[in-house]
Design a binder for this molecule. Sequence first.
Ligand code: ZN
Length: 373
Amino acid sequence: EKTTNYVIGMDAEKNHGLKSLARQLKDKGYKIGIITSASIDHATPGGFYASQPDRFMYYEIGVDAANSGFDFFGGAGLLEPRSKRNLSAPCLYDLFNQKGYTMFRGMDAYNRAAAKDKILLFPTDTVSKSLKYAMDRSAKDLSLPDLTKACLANFQETAKKGFFMMVEGGKIDWAAHAHDGGAVVKETIDFDQCIRLAYDFYKKHPNETLILVTADHETGGLGLGNSDMNLNIDLLQYQKCSQEALTAAMREMKSGKMIPSWEDMKAFLKKNLGFWEQIKITPREELELLVCYEESFLKKKSKDVVSLYAKDEPLAVAAIALLDKKASLGWTTKTHTGAPVPLYAIGKQAVLYSGRRDNTDMANVLRKLFLIK
Ligand SMILES: [Zn+2]
């Protein structure tokens, strides 16, 4: 059913809730897993269990999650565990607890407990609004493939009738909002690891599995090619961390007693982006970076660059923009676009998803398959 922007699981007039496919499958006895690299109360995961007039009502969306009875939630936790509007409303962690959920922080805690039913699996740190970017994380950080693997293993053991899993590579969108091309690529590869896990499952159960891979929209108007006919996307391999991590490091330098010299900054950009070493920087390009550095670090005049999920240091943004340009990437907008998105399908009745489809077909074709009205 078509509704409107910012609305979660309700009609466009915000009068009544809509029953999601996941809800209907839960009612038929299937186990339901909701996995994301954003928080579990974010708009996309929320679309599978919540009915709220505004996607930013994170507390209310969290209440709907606790009441959903869904079996496995994995992501970066909850954005508003205590209601900002109603101070006497219960803490969401208590509410989940009352509803029989057990919360685990990190894979070690989860694996030790050998948990079975009604699970929340979050990172060890309690403040992050999303999982770390794949390119910034260390081995101990919780990843989207970790969550996918844990949920899949759990359901293989516990689901009697079958299961439905939604896995969102949510930070592909976040990186695209910030025009961080290298991070978009690494997040997409990370998401691909999750698809591999599902695909291995499919190979073992080819007649009982359907995998659908798609997006709710494109973000950024990301284009391949911005000057000549060569695509230099391999240059992105020299980007060692996200624009967000560059920002954090530059802010730390800025707040220190010694402001880094331009030579120090060049060494930093060389180390993290391969500038001047693997990637040729022209004198004019260097001048532009230098002006940006002077405005931000010496005159302290420039303001953070704001996008939907980030406030970034101007020099970090300028450096990433230069790298993207050299890689031949182009961007048209800081927000979502109307570009058609791919839809890949394999497994049982995958043929029903061939061709160009309306977005509502994603659920409605499945409803037909499951004989749901
Ligand atoms: Zn977005």
